[in-house]
Design a protein around this ligand. Structure first.
Ligand code: 3H9
Length: 719
């Protein structure tokens, strides 16, 4: 093997068994050296007369995490995966996959060419390629339907979520679970099979695919599922087409050829690049550039939540789901009871939908303890305050937390916009104070903005980021600046949506245009959901004149139209329904306000709607980046996809801008500047990058960014 190859396969012998161990830390993807190693080791075992069986396993915590994702989109000359898998499948000696951890994507596909599969209790198996804009391209679409039936296989491939070993055994993906030493159990299993004249090959199991032949509902159900859960995505249709081939083609290899062709189409599709950008982007976001990897983490063995409302309850569920005991505190007994019953109902819903077993529900409920007393928080390692947005109240709570919790406990505030430093200032431990901005509903939404105060210590930041990962959140660091990352970008987006309404578009047109772009919900549906009265009331209270962009929504509030909460806002809602119906009675209001403000209403194209709303995100994103509020452009993509319904297959707003070309972005913006010169002034970083044909992807580090813009010393600290 040459040096350029990445990863290897260790070869050892135990009696008459060869043990092949994939070794490519940390998760054993099928990089070039692994592919070469597999071919070589199988050949070696087959050539050795003393060997009668082969075990394939993984070093460390993973079996094989799939193809090496970093190779996609690049040209590589390494050995071919299909060839290696063919050698395993047609080995003269039986091969058993001893699955010691994650067998995902190409990892499960490797296990599927083995004759037998055994897993530990920690093993997980899945085909998550769809999350990368791909399909299982190493035989998964042909073999899995043969093993578990096309219907189940389609569900698994379209969801992309892995199964536990127990589920995999129930479904017949693995043959056994090892309760003790995996390799010892695998050897014992294989010894029993060695004498058999034939060993099963998944490719030969045709019964289940033949059963589905002619049963149109299998593919129709899959198409309906994909339309519902993966709107706008290219790969799901390709996966379904592959399974159609598995069902209808008599020759297994014809199905394989189709799979290869459809895989290639996915590989060439821009969605694949966008989704892989998000895969690596999420992992990059979890790292903080100036905090060393070795920074010690504080163990989080117990947590406290202050506030048992929707947010507090959702955060408590996240912690319990991560196995962390949590106390939930409210000073009002009724609120506390209500909060606990909402948590219980949410879990019950998961049980009813088959997402959790009754046993699991009891376990997580057992980890959540209600309390009325701050004294009970004395031994928590982290306390997360989740009360409504009021600085005085939050400061009061932090003073109390500072007194009652142990000295090294982390104190976190779930604020969506208040100044973390002002909150930290009332404590004697500003280094332990951090913002944790969860998104509602916190038990569902993956985004977590971790807000770094000017004094937040490295240990605090690293610990909270790691806790975010344990809670399966997409955690992104923001400096303590107004609006943090997400809401600051959102302001420009909703501003443009509101201006479009004044200029002649209707809510339904704006929403449809952005939903067809891929946003999960248009801005006016979103505003109706949040409630139009929040801003209106705040402006009244502060005695602030209504800005032009908010004139329509404030007028709707004057007419008692608050949004979904009272069944009328930009749309009308039928009793108990969230489905928006057009509200023609509002059109006069729109016209009247446009007239009053001397705005001539005109026909607006869908493209203009998309450009103005999305480029508003991009321009503000560029400012956030140049100010150092976000560490890298990919972080903003992660924020928008996980918190604001931006389509993952477009890779987030900053990636989308790169795809469009930053020069084109600037051109479009300068055309809009006739409408509002101030708003469309390009961020200096965006302008500079467009002039040098750069992209946000090549995001320079903070220092270089400052250099590029001669921004040294400006806004790089706690803005
Ligand atoms: C495929 O298989 C296509 C085939 O069907 C067809 C081929 C023809 N490659 O997530 P972590 C890196 S497509 C390269 O933090 P965890 C990751 O970037 C593949 N690198 O660990 C990170 O790097 P860094 C289908 C990979 O313990 C480090 O490993 N497979 C790969 O939280 C640790 O990762 C998948 O989609 C990879 N395949 O979770 C599975 N996987 O330290 C993708 C990870 O520099 N992987 N890395 O930031 C996962 O889901 C998780 O990594 C796993 C471990 C559950 C395995």
């Amino acid at each position: 093997m040459t040096n350029e190859l990445k990863g290897k396969v260790n070869y050892s012998i135990n009696g008459n068994i060869a043990i092949l161990e994939v070794d490519n830390p940390p998760v054993n993807p099928l990089s070039s050296g692994v592919r070469a190693g597999l071919s070589e080791s199988i050949a070696k075992a087959n050539a050795d007369e003393s060997i009668e069986g082969i075990i394939l396993t993984g070093a460390g915590r993973s079996f094989i995490a799939g193809a090496d994702i970093s190779e996609f989109g690049k040209s590589y000359d390494g050995p071919d995966l299909h060839a290696a898998l063919r050698e395993i499948e047609f080995s003269n000696k039986p091969v058993l996959a001893a699955i010691n951890g994650a067998a995902l994507g190409g990892g499960l596909e490797t296990a599927l060419v083995c004759n037998y599969r055994m897993g530990t209790n920690q093993a997980i198996v899945g085909l998550p390629e769809v999350n990368l804009g791909l399909l299982p391209g190493a035989g998964g679409t042909q073999r899995l339907p043969r093993l578990i039936g096309p219907s189940q296989a389609l569900k698994m491939m379209l969801a992309g979520t892995p199964l536990t070993a127990k589920k995999a055994l129930e479904q017949g993906i693995i043959d056994a679970i090892s309760e003790n030493s995996l390799i010892e159990d695998a050897i014992a299993f294989l010894q029993e099979k060695i004498g058999l004249s034939e060993h099963p090959k998944v490719r030969d199991k045709n019964e289940k695919v033949l059963e589905a032949r002619g049963a149109e509902n299998v593919l129709a159900e899959a198409k309906a599922l994909a339309a519902k859960t993966r709107r706008g995505q290219f790969a799901p249709g390709q996966i379904i087409a592959c399974v159609e081939a598995a069902i209808n083609e008599d020759d297994f290899d014809v199905g394989m050829k189709k799979e290869s062709d459809y895989f290639l189409e996915c590989l060439m599709n821009p969605q694949r690049e966008a989704m892989i950008h998000i895969f690596f982007g999420e992992r990059a976001a979890s790292k903080i550039a100036d905090i060393p990897k070795e920074t010690p983490l504080m163990p989080i063995k117990k947590a406290g939540i202050i506030g048992s409302g929707t947010m507090g309850g959702g955060i408590a569920m996240n912690l319990a789901n991560a196995g962390i005991p949590v106390l939930i505190l409210d000073q009002d007994e009724k609120n506390l009871e209500k909060g606990m019953s909402v948590i219980e109902k949410n879990y019950q819903m998961m049980v009813d939908r088959g997402r959790m077993s009754q046993e699991q529900k009891e376990m997580v409920m057992g980890l959540i303890t209600p309390t009325l007393s701050y004294d009970d928080l004395s031994d928590v390692d982290i306390a997360v305050e989740a009360v409504y947005e009021n600085l005085d109240l939050k400061q009061e709570i932090f003073k109390t937390l500072d007194e009652v919790t142990k000295g090294d406990a982390i104190l976190a505030s779930n604020t969506s916009g208040l100044d973390i430093d002002a909150i930290a200032s009332v404590t004697n431990r500003p280094g332990k104070v951090v913002g944790t901005h969860f998104f509602s509903p916190a038990n569902v939404m993956r985004l977590l903005e971790v807000v770094r105060g000017k004094d937040s210590s490295d240990e605090t930041m690293a610990t909270v980021m790691s806790l975010g990962k344990k809670m399966k959140k997409a955690a992104v660091v923001s400096l303590n600046a107004p609006g943090f990352i997400g809401n600051r970008m959102l302001a420009g987006y909703t501003h443009q949506a509101n201006m479009l309404l004044l200029e002649g578009a209707l809510p339904n047109q704006v929403d449809s245009a952005l939903e067809s772009f891929g946003m999960s919900m248009g801005p006016f549906r979103m505003l109706d959901l949040v409630g139009l009265d929040l801003g209106w009331r705040a402006r009244k209270l502060a005695d602030i004149e209504t800005p032009l962009a908010n004139k329509i929504s404030d007028e709707l509030c004057e007419r008692d139209r608050f949004g979904q909460k009272n069944s009328k806002g930009f749309y009308n809602y039928s009793e108990g329904s969230r489905a928006p119906n057009p509200a023609p009675e509002n059109e006069e209001i729109y016209k009247e306000i446009s007239n009053k403000n001397n705005i001539e209403r005109r026909e607006i194209s869908d493209q203009e709607i998309i450009d103005r709303c999305i480029l508003a995100l991009v321009n503000e994103g560029a400012r956030i980046l140049e100010e150092g509020v976000a560490q890298r452009s990919g972080d903003m993509d992660i924020v928008y996809i996980n918190g604001y319904g931006f389509p993952i297959w477009r890779g987030g707003p900053m990636f989308y801008a790169n795809q469009l070309g930053l020069e084109e972005v600037i051109n479009k913006m300068s055309a809009f500047s006739e409408l509002d010169e101030e708003f469309w002034k390009p961020a200096p970083l965006l302008k500079k990058l467009s002039e040098i044909s750069g992209t946000f992807g090549e995001a320079p580090g903070l220092d270089e960014r400052a250099e590029l813009l001669s921004f040294k010393n400006a806004n790089m600290g706690g803005v």
